[in-house]
Design a protein around this ligand. Structure first.
Ligand SMILES: CC(C)(COP(=O)(O)OP(=O)(O)OC[C@H]1O[C@@H](n2cnc3c(N)ncnc32)[C@H](O)[C@@H]1OP(=O)(O)O)[C@@H](O)C(=O)NCCC(=O)NCCS
Length: 164
């Protein structure tokens, strides 16, 4: 795995960040996920929720000073004890460089600051790349939920439990 050295992860602040940042993330969401799984239409509503957040990862585009957003992670607090990772994506062409892992680790750290005991998520079992990443960071499969995304698409519910 190549190091994600030139990458920087930021917390999205819908009040301070330029609308262009949000639009760039929405464009990625639309491109990466099928319609029924995409939050692109409800993204602005998601951002307004007090119990959720988004982190995004920027890298240099090649030309001096030019940056682009190549990945993002969304999370929310379901209760005082439990958080959820609701989205994680890295732009094609920028995968397998450690960005997804860096984003997921950052979101886990963020959730842990709230002292939650458990982080859960849902993932389509056919998304092998995501499944491997979640397992690498210690998530375990809880159960298979049939027809979670659509009549043809199931989900694993996974969780990461903290001892203390
Ligand atoms: C899942 C995803 C975010 C991973 O991002 P990434 O930047 O490529 O991942 P990383 O380079 O950080 O890889 C970290 C680990 O993930 C796993 N992984 C990533 N891509 C993989 C692949 N194609 N096959 C198997 N394992 C893979 C590996 O365990 C890897 O660790 P390693 O490099 O030590 O083998 C990216 O593939 C993606 O956006 N997929 C489409 C959207 C998606 O499925 N999102 C999750 C569901 S919401």
């Amino acid at each position: 795995m190549a190091a994600a050295a030139a990458a920087a992860i930021s917390e999205l602040d819908p009040l301070k960040d330029a609308a262009a940042v949000v639009e760039e993330i929405v464009r990625l969401e639309r491109k990466i996920f099928p319609k029924h799984e995409s939050l692109s239409k409800s993204f602005h509503d998601e951002l307004r929720k007090k119990n959720s957040g988004v982190m995004y990862l920027k890298t240099n585009k090649g030309k001096e000073g030019e940056e682009e957003i190549v990945g993002y992670v969304m999370y929310s607090w379901i209760s005082s004890l439990c958080a959820s990772i609701t989205k994680l994506a890295v732009k094609e062409g920028h995968r397998r460089q450690g960005h997804g892992e860096a984003l997921l680790k950052a979101a886990i750290q963020r959730c842990r600051r709230r002292k939650v005991q458990r982080i859960c998520l849902h993932v389509d079992p056919t998304r092998i790349d995501a499944l491997c990443l979640y397992r690498k960071l210690g998530f375990q499969i809880d159960e298979l939920i049939r027809q979670y995304y659509s009549p043809e698409r199931n989900a694993y519910r996974m969780y990461l439990e903290f001892d203390e």
